[in-house]
Design a protein around this ligand. Sequence first.
Ligand SMILES: [Fe+2]
Ligand SMILES: [Fe+2]
Length: 304
Amino acid sequence: MSLPEEVSVTAVVDNYLDVFEPSTPLVERAVPGKLKGFLLAGHGLAYLVDISQGENKFSLLMDTGNAFEPLKHNMEALGRTPSEVDALFLSHGHPDHYGGLLGFLEWRGTGLPMYCHPDVFWPKYLMTPRGKVGPWKLERDKLETAGAEVHSNAEVQQLGEGVYLTGEIPRRTDFEGPMPGAKIIKDGEDMDDPLVDEQALVVDLGEKGLVVISGCSHPGIVNTIHYAQEITGNTRIYAVIGGLHLAQVSEEVLAKTIAGIKDSGTQLALTGHCTGFRPNTRMSQELGSTYAVSCVGSIATLTA
Ligand SMILES: [Fe+2]
Ligand SMILES: [Fe+2]
């Protein structure tokens, strides 16, 4: 087998929806009149990632938004069916990423592999300035009854030639810190949640570089980019796609993060979900034509 020839990433659920955003050479926007129905924005993230190498095609559903309704609604509007999905990947154990998971499995009706870190199944909650939010728990038994064949990994996991789940991402930069207020209940004990369960999807397109797809980037997007380079041995970055969770960071952290993305040499930074309005607008200003905001229905196509 050789490396994938193409990867396309369709935003099925995202916080943003703007049908007037222009397409770019790498990102095609949905045209409402050409769809099978209208689109819905929804809190959370779900990407359909189609990876192809010659005749071989592999479709991975990465995350499922915070509820089943927008996932199903938008898949239908985009002309996609659950039977096309070959495997599920849950980026981390937050409900805005697994909310539609059980509904999707029941909709599909037949079993399929599901990849995740083992810690996604512990209860989690948030302590916010407005009080405690949660707890939430992803029920493994219910998922398995609905057909999920759970494969859990803490280390790097290869899904195919040039297709990787990172496993736990080392925190090495001095500016990407833990998520304030994130809590996990492990074996009945409440503790700060280091969010070691978040992992990214990395597709190696060889000389063109890596496509790095991250759910919430709780380990830090720059740490994630660096680790993708380390595990693949490919230092080129073609695209950085996902939620960056930067809404509440300081100006200094934001500047260092944008500098890290710029330094990676990526030809596309496509960010949405939890990235935040201020960071999105700042990246739009500083990254120029390599930046695009991720919207429901956007399809990024990266070709080797
Ligand atoms: Fe999120
Ligand atoms: Fe998250």
